[in-house]
Design a binder for this molecule. Structure first.
Ligand code: ZN
Length: 292
């Protein structure tokens, strides 16, 4: 049993409209799902991703207009890397982005409007659209226990080291990089920080087996939770980052068609009776126009 790769990454933002405009406009991602935070119904939950809303392309946000800025640091995922076939045209779209090279690939480094660190990684071929995640970087005081979880439990392969950065590749090809910063400051949650990283389980049966396996390893793992578009378990990995394992099914077409993804507010059945109240509380949004 191995983890195929990343399912989604969830972060905290400030102003909802600014967040929506940046990810759909500047970065060209699709708003795959417009819903609310199931634990805080007056807050949106945005899911951005590729045209099909594929696991492995999904970046989600809880945008709180009044959120305090967080501090990026130890015990957090601190960088989201998107894969693009070619970086051509991107420096013009992202004039403040800084070019670089890491593990032999050209990169462009920048931040979103809340200061969250992002990167485009060139992986060859034609086209310039974001195709999904290249990977995620976790900032940790040490790295060995997390490395062991990734390799011995998840089935990732060590893929290289550059200085204090260690790369591990998933079977699907995306990577987790551990940035080892023994003297770093701990991060704190707030806008511009990443809340958790979710990894894929292909079926509910495999997901249940992961729950047992993670528990048997001594992690304080949650029961299986219904997140409407997937089922989830959560646990904190040894370096302090919140990990989730989420199922591929049922996916984002469970409550609206592929063509309609992200065009209207979707609520799970248990919140539908409160739709009127929820819509009154939520900040008003101008949704993106889709031509793709
Ligand atoms: Zn999640």
């Amino acid at each position: 049993m191995t983890i195929p790769g990343i399912h989604h990454i969830t972060a905290i933002a400030g102003d909802p409209q600014r967040n929506l405009d940046f990810y759909t406009g500047t970065l060209g991602l699709r708003l795959v799902k417009l819903t609310v935070n199931f634990d805080d119904n007056g807050t949106y939950h945005f899911y951005f991703g590729d045209a099909e809303g594929r696991p492995g392309s999904i970046l989600t946000f809880f945008p709180w207009p009044t959120a305090y800025p967080g501090r990026q640091g130890i015990g957090q995922a601190t960088l989201v890397s998107f894969a693009v076939p070619s970086l051509a045209g991107w420096p013009e779209k992202l004039p403040v982005a800084i070019p670089g090279v890491r593990f032999g690939r050209n990169t462009l480094s920048f931040a979103d409007p809340d200061g969250m660190r992002l990167e485009l990684v060139e992986n060859g071929g034609t086209g310039t659209e974001i195709t999904g995640f290249h990977g995620v970087t976790l900032s940790e005081a040490g790295y060995e226990s997390t490395a062991r979880l990734l390799t011995e439990t998840f089935g990732y392969q060590p893929a290289g080291q550059e200085g204090n950065r260690f790369q591990f590749a998933a079977p699907a090809g995306d990577v987790v990089e551990l940035l080892c910063q023994p003297d770093g400051r701990r991060g704190s949650m707030g806008s511009g920080t990443i809340h958790h990283v979710a990894f894929r389980a292909e079926t509910d049966e495999i997901h249940k087996a992961w729950q047992s396996r993670i528990a048997a390893l001594g992690f304080n793992v949650t029961p299986v939770l219904d997140r409407q578009y997937f089922h989830s378990i959560y646990f904190r990995e040894p370096g302090g980052v919140l990990f989730e394992i989420a199922t591929d099914p049922p996916g984002f077409t469970t409550d609206e068609s592929l063509a309609d993804l992200g065009t209207a507010l979707q609520l799970p059945p248990w919140l539908e009776p409160a739709r009127g109240d929820i819509e009154n509380i939520l900040p008003k949004l101008v949704l993106p126009k889709y031509g793709r």
